[in-house]
Design a protein around this ligand. Structure first.
Ligand code: PMV
Length: 353
């Protein structure tokens, strides 16, 4: 049977990514044109798993609004998503852009808590893009998708319109998103694969609560901060130093840069109007502890932080157990998601019964 006639279900797994040089602020929100270049490490354990299929019900097939989207929080039950939701808006955008009328049945879950600074929108919007396009085209692998006109850069470009940072989740290892001189000349590329320098990212959960101001809303406050222009002006030099540290696999050089970079982004957040404070007291206590521990005992670990209270502790993979044990001893009430440099998205399928 031609696979177009056979009901199939497609499962996309797209990892989250942690930015080492952050995307914070947009030159053009409509076209998702970032204020600056950014560079991230693709993760492995923190991912979104999204399954999509065409609606069985023939009556639903050609409807524009017949999509069903179910989402489960980590470990929870699938619940229907309705209203002004980012994923539903992105699905509507993909449908218009790609002229795909068929309604979809989609279910999605994260392997980690959402909306608290573990870049759930990157993996979520990435997985939605990959699963929906696979269901619409019937392509059963990343190779078949590329042959249908949806190679990884194209998928990344489409996912970027849903969430900017999602474009960096389509490649393993270390990924660079350049802003370019025009919105159309943006590009996303892998700079190193995951074997170049596998690092640990120990995500310390200071609070799993969903943040009250989304990063989409946060981006729009950046221009009001007096620190924003100097930040953007300093990014090219920061990027050169981060890339040099990555090339040399020099953790101390990388660590100094990523800590300064994360604090720089949070300084812009806090000095914007309205002021955004994602860091909790527990986050700040953790940062102070990590720095003291490094100075006093030589613990080889550095932090970075996303738009949330949780802390990403970056260290060499071989030091994972030692660093986790020290964190557990000092902060026994804080859970740790032990992650590492990952390999990028996967796509699988199965025939429906
Ligand atoms: O992709 P968005 O709109 O969720 O923005 C992500 C912004 C940060 O996570 C704070 C930084 C980054 O580059 O991932």
């Amino acid at each position: 049977m031609a696979h177009n006639d056979q009901p199939l279900e497609f499962t996309a797994e797209v990892p989250s990514n942690i930015a080492l040089v952050k995307y914070w602020g947009k030159r053009d929100p409509e076209r998702q044109w970032p204020a600056n270049d950014s560079l991230s490490m693709t993760l492995n354990a923190a991912r979104t798993i999204t399954t999509a299929r065409l609606h069985h019900d023939a009556k639903e097939k050609d409807k524009d609004n017949g999509d069903v989207l179910l989402r489960a929080d980590m470990g929870g039950e699938l619940q229907p998503v309705t209203g002004n939701d980012k994923a539903l808006r992105h699905l509507a955008y993909l449908r218009r852009e790609l002229k795909m009328p068929a309604a979809l049945h989609i279910s999605t879950k994260n392997t980690f808590p959402s909306g608290c600074g573990i870049a759930s929108s990157a993996s979520g919007l990435g997985a939605l893009t990959l699963a929906a396009i696979s269901a619409w085209t019937g392509a059963r692998s990343l190779t078949e998708l590329a042959a249908s006109g949806f190679d990884l850069p194209r998928l990344a470009e489409l996912a970027r319109l849903g969430s900017g940072s999602a474009c960096r989740s389509f490649f393993g290892g270390y990924c660079l998103w350049t802003a370019g001189a025009e919105p159309e000349s943006q590009s996303v590329m892998q700079v190193y694969d995951q074997d170049h320098w596998p690092l640990a990212d120990l995500i310390v959960i200071v609070s799993p609560e969903t943040k009250s101001v989304s990063s989409s809303a946060g981006h729009l406050t950046t221009a009001s901060s007096p620190l924003f222009k100097p930040r953007v002006a300093g990014i090219p030099a920061r990027m050169r130093r981060v890339r040099a540290a990555l090339a040399a696999r020099d953790l101390d050089a990388l660590g100094v840069e990523i800590e300064a970079e994360a604090l720089d982004m949070h300084a812009v957040m806090m000095t914007a109007t309205p002021s955004l404070r994602y860091l909790l007291d527990g986050s700040v206590d953790f940062l102070s502890w990590l720095r003291k521990e490094r100075e006093e005992t030589g613990l080889p670990a550095y932090f970075t932080i996303d738009a949330g209270p949780n802390i990403h502790v970056i260290c060499d993979l071989k030091d994972t157990a030692k660093v986790s044990a020290r964190i557990n001893a000092a902060f026994p009430h804080m859970a740790i998601i032990a992650d590492r440099t990952g390999a990028g998205p996967t796509l699988t399928w199965r025939p429906l019964p």
